[in-house]
Ligand binder design. Structure first.
Ligand SMILES: [Zn+2]
Length: 147
C-alpha cells in the first residue's frame, strides 16, 4: 500500500492506488488543500522543524512546504525553478550527492548531513532525507531539518 505525505503541511496518508473517486484526479491534501501529495514507498515521520521541497527530474524546485521557510529563511516564490542545492542553499560533504543518487538510482537517501546557507547569511547544520518520486515524471522530495 503506497504511503503519501503532503509537501506543505506534512500530513501523512495512504491510499490504495493513488487516485480517488471516479475522476482519477491526482490526490491533493485533505488537510491544507495543497495540490498534490507525494508518494513514498514506505511510511516516513518527518523530524521536528522539518521543511519539504519538491523538485522535478532535473532537481529544479517545483514547490516548497510551509516548513521550509522556518528552516532556511527562503520564500518559495524566490526559489522556484532553481536547482535545489542553490535554491535551498545546501552543501553536502565532498563526494556525497544524495540528490543525484536518488534521481539516478531511485532509492531514498536518509540521514544525510549538510551545511545550509541560511537566507540571513549564517551557516546551519541540517539533516536531509531525499525521496525519489515514483510517478512517470520522476523528481524528488527533500526533507530539510535542523541537525
Ligand atoms: Zn497538506
Amino acid at each position: 500500500m503506497p504511503y503519501f505525505i503532503c509537501p506543505n503541511c506534512q500530513t501523512r496518508s495512504f491510499d490504495e492506488d493513488g487516485h480517488e473517486g471516479l475522476s482519477h484526479q491526482s490526490v491533493g491534501c485533505h488537510v491544507c488543500g495543497f495540490g498534490f501529495v507525494f508518494q513514498l514507498l514506505e511510511d516516513y515521520f518527518p523530524r521536528s522543524g522539518n521543511g519539504f521541497v519538491v523538485c522535478d527530474n532535473e532537481a529544479r524546485i517545483l514547490a516548497a512546504g510551509k516548513g521550509l521557510f522556518e528552516v532556511t529563511g527562503r520564500q518559495e516564490a524566490s526559489i522556484i525553478g532553481q536547482n535545489v542545492l542553490v535554491g535551498v542553499g545546501l552543501t553536502f560533504p565532498a563526494g556525497e550527492d544524495p540528490v543525484g543518487m536518488a534521481l539516478e538510482w531511485g532509492v531514498r537517501q536518509l540521514d544525510k548531513p549538510a551545511v545550509l546557507q541560511h537566507a540571513v547569511g549564517i551557516e546551519k547544520r541540517v539533516i536531509c532525507d531525499v525521496f525519489p518520486a515514483y510517478d512517470a515524471d520522476g523528481g524528488l522530495l527533500i526533507a530539510v531539518a535542523p541537525a
